[in-house]
Design a protein around this ligand. Structure first.
Ligand code: ADP
Ligand code: MG
Length: 493
C-alpha cells in the first residue's frame, strides 16, 4: 500500500518527549463478524453461546473432499458495509488461501481475500468537536473465515477445541494510517460500529468478540516521515484501544530518544498491566503463501446487483446528522449525540416531531440521557416513553408548567409512570397565570416588607428577592414572567 499523509499535523495531538514533540500515527484493521444466519462457506448456524462444537459441519471440520459454497447473504452484507463506508465495490474479487497452522483451524489455511478484495477505498468521517471533521481513509474491506477457539483452562494437561466459530464470516476493514491520537482511534472505532449497527451488518458487540481491532502504531517527528510500526493484536474494547496506543507510543518514543530503533513486530496488550509486550516479529505476506483457492470461483458482482442493494440502504448516521440539523434546527453537537445510536435517534424523532426541536433535543439529551446514564440504563429500558416526554414538553410549550415544575413532573413520571397532563391536573401543578391571584400575593409581600421595598428602589437588582418570595408563596407555580412584570409595575422600578 502506498502511504500518503493526508493530514496536517495538529499540535494538540503532539506528545512531549525529552528531545521535543512527537506525533503518533495509527492505522486500524478491524475484524467485524458478519450478521448472517449461517457461516461463510457452510450451512452451519452462527448462533452465539451454543454448546461447544454444536455448530460444526463437515466443511467447518475440514473433512477431506468437502467443498466450500459461498453464502450470498455474507456477500450482500459486505457490499452493504462497503456502500456505508462510501467505498468502491469491486465487480470481481478473489478468495485466497492464507496458509498457516493453528490447532483451531483444521483446514491448515484460512480462506481470505488478498490482492483482490470485495471492497476498495472509502472514507469514514469523525466529528472531533472543536477540532472539526477528521476524514479517515478506508484502504479495503475483505471477507474471510474466522478460526475456532482453543480452551486451555478446563483440563490440567489437555486443551479443548471449540469449532463453533470456525468458518463464521468476518469482514476485515483496513484503514489508512490517517489517525493521529488515541481519542481519534476511539472515535473511529465508535463511528465504524455505529455505521455497522445502522446497516445491521455486524452487531458491534466488542465484549463478545464480534468487533475487534488490530492497532498499528508508529511515531514520528510532527509531519515527518512515517516511522516503523508495531501491530497490537486483538483489542476488544475502546478503553483498551486508548490505553494500548498511549502506552505503545510512549514506549517507541523512549526507544528512539535512547538512540535505539523500533523493530517491526506484533505485540499483545495486557489489560492488567496496561502494557504491550512482544508476541512475534512481524510476518511477511509471502510467509503465508497466498494463492487463489481452487475450490472457489472468482466472485463476480454486476453493477445492477450493487445498485439494487444501494437503493435499499437505510439512512446512515452522517445523512441523519445533516437532516436533524436542518429539520429540527439543532446544533451539530446535539445532532452527533443523537445519531450515535439509531435507537436514540429514533426516540428523539418521536419526541421532536411536531414540536420545538431545540426544546426536544435539550430534554432528550440533558434530562433523559443524563438520567439514563446515571442509572446505567439504555434507551430501550427507559422508564419514560417518547410519548410521555413529548407530553411534558407540550405542557411547557403551552405555558401550563414552568421548566422547574417540568423537572419535578419528569421525576414523577420516571418513578411512577402515568399520563403527564393528568398528573399535572390531579396534583395541582399547573402554573399560576391568574394575574389577580398573583397580584394579591405580591400586594401582601410588599405590605409585610417595607424595608426590602426601600432597598429595591435603590438597587433594582434586588427584585430577585421578591420573585423568590412570590414563588415560595405560590409553591413554585406562579408564572415567573408574570411575577416579574407585576412586581416591576407595583414597585415602580
Ligand atoms: P500488512 O499487510 O503488513 O498488515 P498494510 O500495509 O496492509 O500492512 O497495513 C496494515 C495497517 O497498518 C493499515 O491499517 C495501515 O494503515 C497501517 N499502517 C501502515 N503503515 C503504518 C505506519 N507507519 N504507522 C502506523 N500505521 C501504519
Ligand atoms: Mg494486515
Amino acid at each position: 500500500m502506498s502511504l500518503v499523509d493526508s493530514r496536517t499535523p495538529n499540535p494538540k495531538n503532539f506528545i512531549k518527549g525529552a528531545s521535543g514533540d512527537w506525533e503518533v500515527v495509527i492505522g486500524l484493521e478491524i475484524h467485524a463478524q458478519v450478521t448472517s444466519e449461517s457461516k461463510l462457506f457452510s450451512p452451519s448456524s452462527t448462533e452465539f453461546g451454543q454448546e461447544p462444537n454444536a455448530n460444526v459441519s463437515f466443511i467447518d471440520a475440514a473433512m477431506p473432499g468437502m467443498l466450500p459454497v459461498i453464502n450470498e447473504e455474507c456477500v450482500r452484507q459486505a457490499i452493504r458495509t462497503g456502500l456505508g463506508l462510501k467505498a468502491k465495490i469491486n465487480n470481481r474479487s478473489i478468495f485466497d488461501r492464507k496458509n498457516y497452522f493453528y490447532p483451531d483451524l483444521p483446514q491448515g489455511y484460512q480462506i481470505s481475500q488478498y490482492k483482490d478484495p470485495i471492497v476498495g477505498e472509502g472514507v469514514v468521517k469523525l466529528d472531533m468537536g472543536e477540532d472539526g471533521i477528521v476524514e479517515v481513509g478506508i484502504e479495503r474491506l475483505h471477507l474471510e473465515q474466522d478460526a475456532g477457539k482453543s480452551i486451555h483452562d478446563q483440563h490440567p494437561n489437555m486443551s479443548y477445541i471449540d469449532l463453533n466459530r470456525s468458518g463464521v464470516a468476518l469482514m476485515e476493514i483496513v484503514s489508512k494510517p490517517d489517525i493521529r491520537s488515541s481519542e481519534e482511534a476511539r472515535a473511529y472505532i465508535a463511528k465504524l460500529r455505529t455505521i455497522l449497527r445502522y446497516l445491521g451488518t455486524c452487531d458491534g458487540n466488542m465484549e463478545q468478540g464480534s468487533l475487534r481491532a488490530d492497532i498499528n502504531v508508529s511515531v514520528r517527528a510532527p509531519g515527518g516521515e512515517f516511522g516503523t510500526r508495531c501491530e497490537i493484536k486483538n483489542i476488544n474494547s475502546m478503553r483498551f484501544a486508548v490505553a494500548a496506543i498511549e502506552y505503545e507510543a510512549r514506549r517507541q518514543i523512549d526507544i528512539i530518544e535512547d538512540g535505539g530503533v523500533v523493530e517491526q513486530e506484533t505485540r499483545l496488550f495486557d489489560a492488567k498491566t496496561g502494557k504491550t509486550r512482544s508476541m512475534r516479529s512481524k510476518e511477511e505476506a509471502h510467509d503465508y503463501r497466498y494463492f487463489p483457492d481452487p475450490d472457489l470461483l472468482p466472485l463476480e458482482i454486476s453493477d445492477e446487483y450493487i445498485e439494487e442493494i444501494a437503493k435499499n440502504l437505510p439512512e446512515l448516521p452522517d445523512e441523519k446528522h445533516e437532516r436533524f440539523i436542518k429539520q429540527y434546527d439543532i446544533t451539530s453537537y446535539d445532532a452527533s449525540v443523537l445519531v450515535s445510536s439509531k435507537l436514540n435517534a429514533d426516540f428523539f424523532e418521536e419526541v421532536a416531531i411536531g414540536r420545538n426541536g431545540k426544546l426536544a433535543a435539550n430534554w432528550v439529551i440533558n434530562e433523559l440521557f443524563g438520567r439514563l446514564a446515571k442509572e446505567e440504563l439504555s434507551i430501550s429500558n427507559s422508564p419514560l416513553s417518547a410519548k410521555q416526554l413529548g407530553e411534558i414538553i407540550d405542557l411547557i410549550s403551552n405555558g401550563d408548567i414552568s421548566g422547574k415544575i417540568a423537572k419535578e413532573l419528569f421525576e414523577i413520571v420516571w418513578n411512577e409512570g402515568g399520563n403527564p397532563s393528568e398528573i399535572v391536573e390531579k396534583r395541582g401543578m399547573k402554573q399560576l397565570s391568574d394575574i389577580a391571584a398573583i397580584e394579591k400575593m405580591i400586594d401582601e409581600i410588599i405590605e409585610k416588607n417595607p424595608e426590602q421595598v426601600a432597598k429595591v428602589k435603590e438597587k433594582p437588582k434586588l427584585i430577585g428577592w421578591f420573585v423568590g418570595q412570590v414563588m415560595k408563596a405560590s409553591q413554585g407555580k406562579a408564572n415567573p414572567q408574570a411575577v416579574n412584570k407585576i412586581l416591576r409595575e407595583k414597585l415602580d422600578i
